[in-house]
Ligand binder design. Structure first.
Ligand code: ZN
Length: 460
């Protein structure tokens, strides 16, 4: 989508105009759930759409995306949108930027359509707002695209190359450890998860120093990067297994967020870490009953090879804890079906014992629509990760409170960091939408982290 500042206030083509009162409109038709109603006035070449300025940023972004998605075919080459009087324009523009995202990467009859273009009128500081909306949109689209790509394209190595490309382009640093280095560094948990696949695991470390005067890392973002999850030898049922390409959505959000920070030159020191592997079935695959030696030094009994994301993250958390010493650590993972059974597709599960961090993240979730809600990390759940033979087990023997048990497991490897949070978000990162008939990537986490970083910077 191409969005520019209008050169004139008298556009020659179709003009999109928001109206707050839909009752007087003729030729009404719905743009989705009865919310978006437009009327066309051929004489004036105007297209009116119902617009509720009281909506929050997330709803305005959704509205912009839906408007562009449903109407761009009418625009022609010289369309404009008049946003005079609209208060919160940046999220609406961000949504418009995302309107032409197309899932059909592999369709042979895919025609390269000309990019829809729209000139914006009636807003202050238009150039700046458009630039911010564009970066926010492109970052979220990057996360969506990575999630939607098929397994054989987006291998762990591909994620590493993608991180390197972005770092080079936008001026931050990145290193990618290969399987040998992972083994040499004693990341026994991450290595075990990836060793059954022809696509070897990688460990991605990106660093962005936006605040060179501060001699520390303010924030570490960790994302689970399981590029495909068959469940391993504890194999998943075949129904919906094709959706398991989304199991790196936390990693995608983290990589997109550091790109966003670098592009917007946010004054923050950030490290983004993605332990990435494919959980596959093979003679080399790890086996239930195995004991893994993790990077932290702790041993892990494998009850179920499908609880692999927490293993990859355990090594990443312990590595960040030992080598980076950040003020705050947040990990994000498509970790448990239990979180979806608890909160549905409406919110991710948040775990932290830092009350301020919890409050800020919940607030950022509400602001951006990337909602999350706290669940407990009480001692009462300690027994859920008990192992008789190793230091911890990777799955509770009783099938209860799965999301909490996973968080309790990770807590061991966060090793009493005073400001650590874990976000369990499979239901939010890959779901139904008005833009596709199957589930697809949402880019959950990118706007959440953008908002959270801005709030963090305000407190410096
Ligand atoms: Zn799994």
């Amino acid at each position: 989508m191409k969005i520019t500042v209008a050169k004139t206030d008298r556009p020659s083509g179709l003009t999109l105009i928001p109206v707050s009162d839909s009752s007087q409109q003729k030729n009404q038709y719905s743009l989705g759930e009865g919310e978006w109603i437009i009327s066309e006035n051929d004489a004036k070449r105007e297209l009116h759409f119902y617009f509720d300025d009281s909506k929050n940023a997330a709803e305005l972004a959704d509205a912009g995306r839906l408007l562009g998605y449903k109407t761009s075919k009418f625009w022609g080459s010289d369309a404009a949108i008049d946003l005079k009087g609209v208060k919160n324009t940046t999220p609406f523009l961000r949504g418009l930027f995302m309107a032409d995202y197309d899932l059909g990467f592999s369709k042979t009859d895919r025609v390269e359509k000309s990019e829809p273009a729209l000139a914006v009128m009636g807003i202050e500081d238009a150039e700046h707002q458009i630039e911010i909306a564009k970066v926010e949109a492109e970052s979220q689209l990057k996360a969506m695209r990575l999630v939607d790509l098929p397994r054989h394209v987006k291998t762990p190595e591909y994620l590493g190359e993608e991180a390197m490309r972005s770092a080079e382009k936008y001026g931050y640093s990145c290193e990618v450890w290969d399987c040998e280095k992972i083994q040499n560094e004693n990341m026994g948990a991450l290595h075990a998860v990836g060793k059954g696949s022809e696509n070897p695991p990688v460990f991605i470390i990106c660093r962005y120093h936006g605040a060179p005067n501060a001699d520390k890392t303010h924030l570490a973002l960790l994302g689970k990067g399981i590029t495909f999850d068959t469940g391993g030898l504890s194999i998943k049922p075949s129904t919906n297994m094709h959706y398991m390409k989304c199991d790196m959505a936390g990693g995608a959000a983290v990589l997109a967020s550091i790109e966003l920070a670098a592009r917007l030159k946010l004054p923050i020191n950030l490290v983004a870490v993605v332990p990435s592997a494919e959980n596959s079935v093979d003679k080399n695959a790890f086996v239930p009953g195995d004991i893994l030696h993790s990077y932290s030094g702790k041993t892990i009994e494998i009850i179920d090879t499908d609880a692999e994301g927490r293993l990859a993250l355990a090594d990443a958390l312990a590595w960040v804890r030992k080598n980076e010493n950040p003020d705050t650590i947040i990990d994000m993972a498509t970790l448990t079906g239990s979180s979806v059974r608890t909160l549905g597709y409406e919110a991710a599960a948040l775990f932290t014992t830092d009350e301020n961090l919890s409050k800020t993240l919940v607030e950022s979730g509400m602001n951006t629509g990337d909602k999350l809600w706290p669940l407990p990390l009480w001692k009462d759940y300690d027994s859920y990760i008990h192992s008789d033979v190793a230091d911890v087990s990777n799955l509770p023997l009783k099938p209860l409170a799965g999301s909490i048990a996973a968080a309790k497991f990770l807590e061991v490897f966060a090793d009493n960091h005073p400001s650590w949070a874990h976000i369990d978000m499979p239901g939010m990162s890959f779901k139904d939408s008005p833009f596709a008939k199957t589930k697809s990537g949402t880019g959950y986490g990118v706007q959440l982290f953008a908002d959270f970083m801005r709030k963090t910077i305000e407190k410096f």
